[in-house]
Design a protein around this ligand. Structure first.
Ligand code: CUA
Length: 354
């Protein structure tokens, strides 16, 4: 049934753990609406013959037909139940897809006109090809350097906008090793349709080999029109992302007002800040996730933490997206005890440091 529907609708393979569920809802909605349309078509056809102009003269007055309360309740109730069923299935899937798995490995994704760049916690980076281990959840922290793009992997049934100055999150788990095309799904300029790439899901052991020697894997992917943009792997900078973040932070002057060891200072300490619930000056509170932390870099006064003055300058345009990602990663690592204890990563992601 699944294979027949997938063939009829010309869908790509279901390569992520949630792709089959997304398709299940798709099939349900398509089949229900097709059956409904067919029903309307059948009734219209029957009326066409039943009430055609015949030899007998038409009645002088068309008889008025009153519906019964029961038939109206049945019609409304059945349709409402159907639409609520769509909603319940869709909402459950939405929650599943929007809840980031805690054991996911993270990759920072940056869209720019017209390519995708990926930065890994160990300092590895790639352009156009996202290397991931198969059978393991991968969390993407996505942003854009210029205009809105959209990171779309049809085989994963996954699509997430990449917005300049903001970080958005998405996750997937590739079921099996393979190569899955990436497309940009937001019109972003003249070369939009060339803004493509591949997700290459590797068996766990090969993925570790890639982490150790990313330069050796260039041949796996197919050539793209945007290939003239440069080398696919920058082997020169293999500084772990945490160290890059610490350096970006020092270079940008963050540490003049924020401590990293919990000491009170002009701004909130970064120690244990990630996912901490902060009280806001204007009332209410906020969880310091990736989105809040980047908003605070770009628009520091937007959600001011209670007890602090609005004195921080905006870093909009001052930081490269890669630096913002690295700073985020550094802040995440500053857990009072051990950040990795709460989010264990079975594979060594920081050049061997667990
Ligand atoms: Cu990037 Cu369309």
């Amino acid at each position: 049934m699944n294979d027949l529907m997938r063939w009829l609708l010309n869908l790509p393979p279901q390569a992520s753990t949630y792709a089959a569920r997304v398709d299940g809802l798709h099939y349900f909605v398509i089949v229900a609406t097709m059956l409904g349309s067919f029903g309307v078509f059948a009734v219209a056809t029957w009326f066409l013959f039943r009430y055609r102009r015949g030899a007998a003269p038409p009645p002088p007055v068309t008889p008025r037909i009153e519906g019964t309360l029961g038939s109206e309740a049945l019609t409304i109730g059945a349709l409402l139940t159907l639409f609520i069923a769509f909603w319940i299935i869709g909402f459950r899937q939405f929650i599943h897809i929007r809840t980031m798995p805690t054991d996911a490995m993270e990759v920072y994704v940056m869209g720019k006109q017209w390519m995708w760049k990926f930065a890994y916690p160990g300092g590895q980076s790639s352009v156009g090809v996202l290397y991931v281990p198969a059978g393991r959840p991968v969390k993407l922290v996505i942003t854009s350097r210029d205009v809105i793009h959209s990171f779309y992997v049809p085989a994963f049934r996954m699509k997430q906008d990449a917005v300049p100055g903001q970080y958005t999150l998405a996750w997937f788990e590739a079921k099996e090793p393979g190569t899955y095309p990436i497309a940009c799904a937001e019109y972003c300029g003249a070369m939009h349709s060339y803004m493509m790439g591949d997700v290459v899901a590797l068996p766990a052991s090969e993925y570790e080999a890639w982490l150790a020697h990313p330069e050796g894997f260039v041949a796996v992917r197919t050539p793209r029109p945007s290939d003239h943009e440069g080398p696919y792997f920058s082997a020169s900078d293999r500084t772990p992302l945490i160290a890059q973040g610490e350096k970006a932070m020092a270079d940008s002057g963050c540490l003049r007002c924020h401590s990293i060891d919990g000491t009170p200072h002009l701004g909130p300490t970064f120690s244990g800040l990630y996912l901490r619930r902060e009280k806001l000056a204007g009332g209410g509170d906020v969880v310091a996730d990736e989105a809040y932390l980047t908003e605070s870099m770009m628009d520091p006064g937007a959600k001011l933490v209670e007890g602090f003055d609005n004195i921080m300058p905006s870093y909009r345009g001052q930081l490269e997206p890669v630096q913002v990602g690295a700073i985020l990663h550094f802040i995440k690592s500053l857990h009072p005890n051990d950040a990795r204890a709460a989010h264990p990563n079975p594979l060594p992601l920081d050049g061997g440091t667990p």
